[in-house]
Design a protein around this ligand. Structure first.
Ligand code: F6R
Length: 368
């Protein structure tokens, strides 16, 4: 049932074009209006929402961090992202106008379940983003967007994560439509970009061998760092989490702007650092990221730079370039995560680890 792959994880990475297609299916009507029919919260109630709080654990938390950039930009509603277990036990401020978005692949994570029970007791509205039909978290929520990734068997989340991000983008666009913060054609333009993602991911998977060669090169690295900025920051965290889980090596993700506030002290000769470069645009993100890369490289880091194709500026800062398809900044996480998943899977394979069942981990964490 692994379809000829050595691991479920690798199979699930390669299923992502199909998973993203399914996650988008039927959400956009012929008339151009987005429809999320599993949202059983009225449009009037959604117009009254004055705060969004996204909760989840592990990788699901990172998809929430990605969502924040798009959701606030598109809806102008303040959006916080918090680990479900931290949220639950700190007496959070919730009202009937708070929309709590609970993200969980399994739908059974106890930390997230306890948090939504607490939120509903305080009259907040709860929307679940979940991959498992009929699981506990969607059953106990006011609304659910299913991610339609299909069963995820490997402990490390891949297609679960990419489809969580898709669901978050759809939710952001839906709220923007209901609240009138975006024009219909602006929404349609983003939906078009989302529809191109499966093809983009397909193209990246066709180049998997480049990433595997890099994994062979770096298989003896005792530690790996990941740098990102803006929506690329949570992807740095996700890249690092994959290495911790699968390769059991010390890996950390940092916001590039944070380097000089501490982490740059870690940099020494030969330390591999993955750097996720935002697309070139009117903002200064691209230039800022390049100067961060220059700083770590001047201190001996080995830089693996993920940048959009045609970005000729990164060449002089990179020991290795992994090129990404061209997409808008807010959607770049969808394509930036793919090489990092391939890298984690391949490195763990080379180290002889059990990729599908990493030590000490369970697929679904049903105790707090
Ligand atoms: C990462 C991973 C975990 C889960 C986390 C939440 O690869 O598998 O970090 O993402 O335990 O699980 P769900 O999404 O099922 O609530």
């Amino acid at each position: 049932e692994k379809d000829g792959y050595d691991w479920f994880m690798r199979k699930e990475i390669f299923e992502q074009p199909r998973a993203v297609t399914d996650a988008l299916l039927g959400r956009h009507s012929e008339t151009g209006r987005l429809q999320l029919d599993e949202v059983r919260i009225s449009e009037d109630e959604l117009r009254e929402v004055d705060r969004i709080v996204i909760i989840g654990c592990g990788t699901a938390n990172y998809s929430g961090l990605v969502a924040k950039y798009a959701v606030e930009h598109w809806t102008r509603v303040p959006c916080e992202v918090e680990l479900a277990h931290e949220f639950r036990y700190r007496d959070p401020i919730l009202t009937r106008n708070t929309l709590v978005v609970a993200i969980s692949q399994s739908g059974e994570t106890a930390d997230t379940l306890m948090a939504i029970r607490h939120a509903r007791e305080q009259n907040a509205k709860v929307l679940a983003i979940c991959n498992t039909n009929g699981s506990t978290i969607p059953r106990e929520s006011d609304a659910v967007i299913y991610t339609h990734a299909g069963p995820e068997i490997a402990v490390a989340s891949t297609k679960g994560f990419i489809t969580q991000m898709i669901a978050c983008y759809l939710l952001g666009l839906y709220l923007a439509q209901v609240r009138g913060t975006m024009y219909g054609d602006e929404i349609a333009a983003v939906v078009d970009e989302l529809r191109r993602i499966p093809g983009h991911v397909e193209g990246e998977l066709a180049k998997a061998e480049e990433v595997y060669a890099l994994a062979r090169d770096l298989s003896a690295a005792p530690a790996v760092l990941f740098l990102g900025r803006h929506a690329g920051f949570p992807i740095a965290l996700e890249g690092a989490l994959k290495l911790k889980e699968l390769a059991y090596i010390h890996a950390e993700g940092f916001a590039a702007g944070e380097l000089k506030h501490g982490p740059i002290a870690l940099v020494e000769d030969g330390l591999p650092i993955f750097c996720i470069v935002p697309p070139r645009g009117r903002d200064q993100l691209h230039a800022k990221m390049l100067s961060a890369i220059q700083e770590v490289r001047a201190r001996g880091a080995r830089t693996i730079v993920l940048a959009e194709e045609g970005d000729t500026e990164v060449g002089s800062y990179a020991d290795t370039v992994l090129s990404l398809p061209r997409v808008p900044t807010l959607l770049q996480p969808l394509v930036a995560v793919v090489p990092l998943q391939l890298f984690g899977c391949e490195l763990a394979t080379l180290l002889g680890n059990d990729v599908d069942q990493p030590r000490n981990l369970a697929k679904s964490v049903t105790v707090e």
